[in-house]
Design a protein around this ligand. Structure first.
Ligand code: UDP
Length: 468
């Protein structure tokens, strides 16, 4: 490693690549695999910031009134008005995990907010052995189009655990919402309950493995309605479908306002120079996020405009494929000291927030994407955003209005150069992007959609299965 290598700040760099000081036999710091390393570590071993050593304690969930400063009193009044008619109606949400992943994160906020609106909402999590979660992980990938040979054994495991959970759980609520395929089989209890049953699908079903979809579809069609995250993620179904965009919480650690001093402190820790333009992509090290394409685009743009590139990702230390992609990124970066690669532990929400806020431009050059929450996060921070026109990204980026869409490395390079040299235009798409998120992709909008759906379902009481 030469002294002007790209700055890779991660555990792996401390473990397998001796820095010059280490090679010279000076004292070497010993760190746990997740400790990010300061850019300056190779020159002077300063102690790491305590903030990234261990996961911070989760802050208490916000109350409805905490959103007033962001969305305004009238939005909150609307929610209270919509909830009035539902007062006392009970809801049950069921998914497959209480922690980790976007669905659990969203439920963590949605459930207390609905309950605060006097629509008591309970959240249950199904249980299962490793065999069940292996099968459902394989189903998940297959529903995204991965090749998969569905066996009778896999079907039996899926059915057995769904049956076990079905027998264990009570469904006495007015509305039952099942999230994703893992607990989809619970709907077999529907005939014995007066509840409306809704299937909330968070994944892209547009190109599913035919066998897995054929197996799941009969369950899905027993629900009263299905909800998808984008028009492009749906399937033809015999039941009514609703469109609910995913959302971000503007009060979460990832998205809350930060004082500039904190942004500065975090940038200093990672060796990011705020006096020069910063182009950032935040993403898992995954080929479908095209981090190598981002490096290539940056290099093309850099011939014309000065900038740094920050690639902030995670997962490379516990995912062999992630580690391989990180290696490819490092190779593509070569010896450019203006490329800062961060392999962050999963609890670094506030650091990601600060890096996004410090950025001049945010890129999400995905080749395939789900909804693309990093784009939502970037737009919410008012950042001019360049993103691949895939998955749910075109729902968020209206080309040249709320951001710019690209289809190639060259297109991305052109837009980086253009936005860095046209700051007025960049500012204007950034601010329209924030408005677009405020209108469509915040937690409060999501609560509104749930309340509207619950009202529609309740209006059709006695006509279950005919909500269209
Ligand atoms: N993220 C993170 N740490 C990382 C990389 C990503 O916390 O190192 C977050 C990112 O801020 C976003 C989510 O993980 O909230 C990724 O969601 P997205 O829909 O963009 O992509 P996915 O990873 O689900 O394909």
């Amino acid at each position: 490693m030469s002294s002007d290598d790209p700055q890779t700040i991660s555990a792996s760099s401390t473990v397998d690549t001796p820095a010059p000081a280490e090679a010279a036999g000076r004292e070497v710091e010993r760190r746990s695999p997740h400790l990010p390393r300061r850019a300056s570590d190779r020159r002077s071993a300063r102690p790491l910031p305590a903030s990234v050593l261990t996961p911070p304690a989760p802050p208490p969930p916000p109350h409805l009134d905490d959103y007033k400063a962001i969305v305004g009193q009238s939005q909150l009044d609307t929610l209270r008005y919509l909830a009035k008619e539902l007062k006392g109606k009970t809801i049950k949400m069921i998914n497959s995990t209480a922690v980790g992943g976007g669905v659990a994160e969203m439920l963590n906020r949605l459930v207390p907010l609905l309950s605060e609106l006097e629509v008591p909402t309970h959240w249950d999590v199904i249980t299962g052995g490793n065999d069940f979660f292996e099968v459902t992980k394989a189903f998940h990938n297959a529903l995204h189009g991965a090749p998969y040979q569905l066996t009778q054994a896999a079907k039996d495991i899926f059915l057995m655990y769904n049956e076990q959970n079905r027998r264990r759980m009570q469904f006495g609520e007015d509305i039952v919402v099942i999230h994703d395929p893992q607990p989809a089989g619970l709907v077999l209890s529907r005939p014995q309950t007066p509840a409306h049953w809704v299937w909330r699908c968070h994944i892209d079903l547009s190109n599913p493995n035919a066998e897995v979809w054929q197996f799941l579809r009969p369950f899905v069609e027993q629900y009263d309605a299905a909800i998808f995250s984008s028009q492009s993620f749906t399937q033809q179904l015999s039941i009514p479908q609703y469109l609910f965009y995913p959302c971000i919480d503007p009060l979460s650690e990832k998205n809350k306002e930060l004082p500039d001093s904190q942004v500065q402190e975090i940038c200093d820790e990672f060796g990011i120079d705020r006096s020069r333009p910063i182009v950032t992509q935040v993403s898992r090290f995954d080929r479908l996020k095209d981090p190598v394409g981002v490096v290539q685009a940056y290099k093309l743009a850099k011939k014309y405009v000065d900038c740094q590139l920050v690639l902030a990702g995670g997962g490379a230390s516990d995912d062999p494929e992630g580690a391989a992609v990180l290696q490819e990124v490092k190779e593509a970066a070569g010896n450019d000291p203006d490329i800062i690669i961060l392999d962050l532990p999963p609890w670094c929400a506030v650091q990601i927030n600060a890096i996004q806020r410090a950025s001049t431009i945010i890129v999400q050059k995905s080749l395939k994407e789900g909804f693309g929450l990093t784009v939502t996060e970037a737009l919410w921070k008012g950042k001019p955003t360049i993103a691949g026109a895939v998955g749910g990204i075109p729902n968020q980026i209206i080309h040249k209005l709320t951001g710019v869409l690209v289809h190639s490395v060259e297109g991305c390079a052109f837009q980086i150069r253009y936005l860095l040299t046209h700051p007025e235009f960049a500012r204007s798409i950034g601010s329209s992007g924030r408005e677009h998120v405020k209108e469509n992709f915040l937690m409060t909008t999501n609560v509104k959609r749930w309340l509207l759906l619950f009202r529609i379902l309740e209006h059709t009481k006695g006509r279950r299965g005919q909500v269209s």
